[in-house]
Design a protein around this ligand. Structure first.
Ligand code: HEC
Length: 220
């Protein structure tokens, strides 16, 4: 017996190897086999869930690059676990809701609200663009960072007819015309794709999807 192993006559190398194998097998069953058994009959893609368009995918890449995922989750929890449903974030998410998500953006922090169903809650492009430019213009005291670098500041005479001009609330007007960049438009297209309020067929025990999703009034 190696001098590094316990000298007890009751423990041999065989015990240690077998013990490690048993622990590994238990961990594998708990972490791999049980979740696989639970999820194998999940609907492949929730009815009503659409694949992302190329523009939404570009917006998704920007969502990752700009660190939105560090402050926003996309995983409302079950009504029995947390009050996410009464916060207006929708039913608990299920595996099939993430069918087209690679990588998934579940998030681990909720400095800001869950965005799993943000499009159902706030469907206005203008609101999203203005809020991205200056969150405090739309939500008093917001500690979300602004993303003004996703916008162009133009003189009125340089504005082109197809430019998307942002109308900020008067207190926050910059004196220049603020125009959304293509990246800002893509990011908002992605946010507006986040609507998983369709019903989940497999789980009749959940409250009907779409309830308690008050639409916020657009603030200009
Ligand atoms: C430092 C944390 C932080 C980061 C990073 C962040 N947010 Fe937020 N976000 C917040 C907070 C806090 C709020 C709530 C206050 C508000 O509405 O501004 C919020 C609110 C929002 C809302 C409105 C949600 C609702 O229910 O009304 C949207 C949409 C949003 N953020 C999108 C984004 C996007 C897109 C990005 C990345 C470009 C981002 N956030 C980055 C903290 C953050």
């Amino acid at each position: 017996m190696s001098k590094f192993l316990p000298q007890s006559p009751h423990i041999s190398e065989v015990h240690i190897v077998v013990g490690s194998m048993v622990i590994l097998a238990m961990a594998t069953s708990l972490m791999v086999v049980v979740p696989w058994l639970l999820l194998q009959d999940a609907h492949p893609a929730g009815a009503g869930l659409k694949p992302y368009t190329p523009q939404e995918l570009r917006g998704r890449a920007s969502y990752i690059a700009n660190g939105c995922v560090y402050c926003h989750s996309q995983q409302p929890r079950d009504i029995k676990q947390a009050p996410d449903f009464s916060r207006g974030w929708g039913r608990a998410s299920v595996a099939s809701d993430y069918f087209y998500d690679r990588p998934h953006l579940l998030g681990t922090m909720r400095t800001g609200p869950d965005l799993f169903n943000i499009a159902a809650r706030q469907p206005s492009v203008d609101w999203h663009l203005g809020h991205l430019y200056q969150p405090r213009a739309y939500t008093k005291g917001s500690n979300m960072p602004g993303y003004p670098f996703l916008f162009l500041h133009k003189r009125d005479e340089d504005v082109k007819p197809d430019d998307k001009v942002i109308n900020l609330p008067p207190d926050f007007a910059t004196g220049q015309t603020v125009v959304a960049s293509q990246e800002a438009l893509d990011l908002v297209a992605y946010l507006l794709a986040l609507d998983r309020t369709y019903p989940v067929l497999k789980r009749p025990d959940l409250p009907p999807a779409g309830d308690a999703m008050p639409r916020r009034k657009e603030t200009k």
